[in-house]
Design a protein around this ligand. Sequence first.
Ligand SMILES: Cc1ncc(COP(=O)(O)O)c(C=O)c1O
Length: 326
Amino acid sequence: MIHNSIIDAIGNTPLVKLNRLTENLDAEVTVKVEYLNPGQSVKDRIAVKMIDDAENAGLIKPGGTIIEGTSGNTGMGLALVAAVRGYKCVFTTTDKQSMEKVNLLRALGATVEICPTNVEPDDPRSYYSVAKRLSEEIPNSYYPNQYDNLSNREAHYETTGPEIWNQTDGKITHFVCGIGTGGTITGTARYLKEKNPDVQVIGVDSVGSVYKHYFESGEFSKDEIKPYLTEGIGEDIIPGNVDFDYIDDVVQVNDKNALTTTRELAKHEGLFVGGSCGAAVFGALEYAKREKLGKECLMVVILPDSGTRYISKIYNDQWMKENGFI
Ligand SMILES: Cc1ncc(COP(=O)(O)O)c(C=O)c1O
């Protein structure tokens, strides 16, 4: 089979059983390996869907510029789509992101603006505000806004959900997924719960993010917001793509547990993944132990991206020691 472009190779990622990290568990734990997408992350799925929908709605014209605030992975997906379809890209990101991610975006021809992490989202210097301002200043530009653009969660309703349902022959009992924009968890969960309302959906959040408290109390608390190093999950806002009606439980994972589990996935399972993958797997294993999940349970955990983007951090002993993780 010949694909018309690399865009057609997005999705249909493998579902793989964990073997060694799950030795003391009865439940079967499987992972969906999203780094095998062309842009090496789950975000390729939403990139093509957001641009398809924008083209169909006439929001982006040939030769236009795509502008987005991104921690890197959505940018990578958008840059691939832009390269194939002839758009320009300008991305804003934060100074906590790996240089690997920024360099990758530049390699695909994008312009990247680095903004400070520790400012309020509505501060004019924040990466949200800068992306918004640029989209107003640059003519013939389109700002997909992955946080509030519902094409994000639709992409997962249309692709990730059906793939998981088919790959497990409908036997999935638990779906575990990190919450960043909330697109992956909400879209996938909606599909799975339509097929079987008993599927339990567990969101994984970072210590220092607002989600767990918001899920449990319905209140947005600024007191929860603290700096953390796990990239891609947790927020200091509630994006439009998160719908807690589809989420049954939220577990919070700290950096140390997330990042040491990331290394264990590489060493003991051959899965060379990013830090939010370690968080999701740590959260899944803790949940399985706490709820005493038995042999009849089949968990699916999303692994959003690749370890190549974190060689100077998670896979660097010195960085791990400096941060007290090993
Ligand atoms: C590495 C990584 N993990 C997890 C996520 C979370 O996925 P979502 O935004 O669909 O909630 C993201 C999204 O930015 C990510 O980049």
